[in-house]
Design a protein around this ligand. Sequence first.
Ligand SMILES: Nc1ncnc2c1ncn2[C@@H]1O[C@H](COP(=O)(O)OP(=O)(O)OP(=O)(O)O)[C@@H](O)[C@H]1O
Ligand SMILES: [Mg+2]
Length: 309
Amino acid sequence: MIATVTLNPALDRSVYLDKLRPNDTNRIVKVETDIGGKGINASRVLRELGSDTMCLGFVGGKIGRFIAHELGHEGIETDFVHVTHETRMNIGIQEASGSPPTMLDEAGPAVTDAELTELYGKVRVAASKSSMVIFGGSLPPGLPSDIYCTLVGLAQAEGAQAILDADGEPMRLGMEAEPYMIKPNRDEVKRLIGVEIKSLDDAVKAVNTLMETGVQLVVISMGADGAVAGLGQDIWHAVPPKVEVVSTIGSGDSMVAGIAHTIANCGTLAEALKWGSAAGAATAMTNGAEIGRHDRIVELLDQVNVNRL
Ligand SMILES: Nc1ncnc2c1ncn2[C@@H]1O[C@H](COP(=O)(O)OP(=O)(O)OP(=O)(O)O)[C@@H](O)[C@H]1O
Ligand SMILES: [Mg+2]
């Protein structure tokens, strides 16, 4: 079992317009609604790949119940903490020009101390039944910024390997618990260690710097430029296939799922990078919050190049 924890899931509503006219009435051409959050995306990809997975985290109100219901409908087990306040809705306004959407993001529901304690208990139980626990995404308001440090510590004390995919202060503090794996992208690396990655060489140096913190497996993802990963003395560069990109939202989460799925099944780092890159590229070919499906991932697998550096 691979558990995932999403502290601040969302209902993502994409609104399609010809052109956004502020301070005027706009006619909506099409609306798409999907559930989102890093752990939820990772669980969906894990399910596609055939891994047993369970979603944990905070959900609240009608939107929260909808999220739990949707996941159940997809055959994904859930053990959410149901909080008093409503889960957030994020609105993306997409214009016909194809330029990046205008995002209107809510902060998310406040969480009480009792609800936080309930989450700790659920994470402990899930970790005791899992080989890996994936933690990902932003925090709802009011949670301690070192929450990932506590959660990674809890999961690893139960014998599971923790994977952390977060940004800024929560990521930096979470790394103090020495998760098994992290997967920052280039912007996140810059915020973590102040290093700008402009070349393969820069990425290799950053992987080595991040491994010195005690994290065993460091994967830096670089969109279409692939990923550089380090484990012990091994450093690999994975290059994804050239694909027709629709939206890269969720590509990183898909990569994390592909890697976790392979490692949980005793695959090598090279194999894990192949599955991770194929899953990331497959998701880049889908709309908004959609994820790459099994057949597409398998089809792309042989087109990923992994090279030992
Ligand atoms: N344009 C692309 N073409 C091919 N593969 C891609 C593309 N974008 C992403 N990928 C694949 O997905 C992996 C992860 O993508 P990326 O670096 O964009 O993650 P991210 O920034 O963490 O994304 P997110 O946080 O939105 O999920 C890449 O290493 C690559 O294998
Ligand atoms: Mg990411």
